[in-house]
Design a protein around this ligand. Structure first.
Ligand SMILES: Nc1ncnc2c1ncn2[C@@H]1O[C@H](COP(=O)(O)OP(=O)(O)OP(=O)(O)O)[C@@H](O)[C@H]1O
Ligand SMILES: [Mg+2]
Length: 365
């Protein structure tokens, strides 16, 4: 069990900065997601935690101890890669027990620990089979088994399900989460899939171009994105951006869109000029009473819900509505927005303005 803290950690490769000064804490026992698009520095961050890469500057603490100079082998952390590297000429049992033999663990204990891992991962029936003929999912379980059997303080997983097909991925994701809930070991998990991060994570760090954009619980990040980047990256369809010129004073509780005064959470900061109102698709409702009108340009049927695209005076928006609601392309409809999760972004840096509703979340990083 371990707490892992990253403090002002930065990584340069020559003149290129892969990770800008990053700070966050993975609490003991958490299932922690490192999320972001390709090339944003997820793997580099994970490799620094593991000791496979040295930070250019900054500190990494494991259970309060600074580990900067400690080699990977002494950090008691298991790394699970996307491409599960198994020993093809050995059977499952040998693959799992190999790390223990190389640590000099007595034979009887190795036997007991491998049996326990096989039971946890439900691979008792394949334990004596060669790994060469196994399916992707079974190979992934064996790779996990080899990490678990060491009983490390923490697991670091770099897109461990990336090589599996969609259906199996979902199944393994559930298994991994259930396994974590049984064992309670701190896990840092890298993914570029926002749904996977939302479903599996206790907490999420969202990275972009080597910068930590936000850090928090999945629902906090979904409801209160700190930046436009996070707002676009999390959620499908993405948060709508309604652009307008205007002014928000400290303590303001509304903004003016063409033909409509919109109630917003009380603003703790002021701003003027180009502003963006962020609205989730499910927080848009149709109302004949509203003078803020949108014209339907498309509908997309998704089973229980439908996505309706509308043109408004502030740009196109997507609304998520019940499929039972009858909507015709071409018709013009009045729109209302839920006040609760409306987010205002300023133009420079695309940061969210602090409001009564999001201040607890945006100040936690
Ligand atoms: N050893 C290296 N030398 C030079 N540049 C590197 C090195 N390792 C990584 N980089 C660069 O640093 C940036 C971040 O890489 P990293 O592998 O951490 O990204 P990632 O978020 O894991 O991306 P992906 O989702 O594609 O795996 C990339 O632009 C990459 O090309
Ligand atoms: Mg990577």
């Amino acid at each position: 069990m371990a707490q892992i803290r990253i403090e002002n950690v930065r990584k340069e490769f020559g003149s290129f900065t892969a990770v800008q000064s990053s700070t966050f804490t993975v609490e003991d026992g958490e299932f922690f997601m490192l999320l972001g698009p390709s090339g944003c520095g997820k793997t580099t961050t994970l490799r620094m935690m593991a000791g496979l890469e040295l930070p250019t500057s900054g500190e990494i603490y494991i259970d309060g101890e600074e580990v900067g100079m400690k080699p990977a082998s002494q950090r008691d952390i298991a790394f699970v890669f996307q491409m599960f590297a198994l020993y093809p000429h050995m059977n499952v049992r040998r693959n799992i027990s190999y790390p223990l033999f190389s640590q000099g663990v007595p034979r009887a204990e190795v036997k007991a620990r491998v049996a326990e891992v096989a039971r946890i991962l439900k691979i008792e029936d394949i334990i004596d089979k060669p790994v060469g003929g196994l399916s992707g999912g079974d190979r992934q379980r064996v790779a996990l088994g080899r990490a678990i059997v060491r009983r490390p303080k923490a697991f670091l997983m770099d897109e461990p399900l990336g090589a599996l097909d969609a259906e199996f991925r979902e199944h393994m994701a559930e298994e991994l989460r259930a396994l974590h809930d049984r064992m309670g070991a701190t896990t840092v998990y890298v993914t570029h899939d926002q749904l996977e991060a939302m479903q599996m994570g206790d907490k999420i760090v969202v990275m972009n171009h080597g910068v930590v954009e936000q850090f928090g619980k999945p629902q906090q990040i979904y409801d209160w994105p700190a930046t436009k980047f996070v707002a676009k990256f999390i959620g499908s369809p993405a948060m709508n951006f309604l652009e307008f010129e205007g002014m928000v004073g400290i303590g303001a509780n509304c903004i003016d869109l063409p033909g409509k005064r919109v109630d917003i959470p009380i603003s703790r900061q002021g701003a003027k000029g180009k502003l963006t109102l962020g609205v989730r698709p499910e927080n848009i409702h149709f109302s004949d009473a509203s003078h803020y009108r949108g014209r339907v340009i498309a509908t997309e049927y998704l089973g229980t819900t439908q996505i309706v695209t509308l043109t408004t005076p502030n740009g196109d928006v997507k609304a998520r509505l019940a499929s039972s609601q009858l909507i015709n392309p071409g018709e013009t409809i009045g729109l209302e927005f839920d006040r609760r999760t409306l987010t205002l972004f300023t133009e420079e840096k695309g940061r969210a303005l602090l409001s009564e509703a999001n201040e607890g979340v945006l100040q936690n990083g």
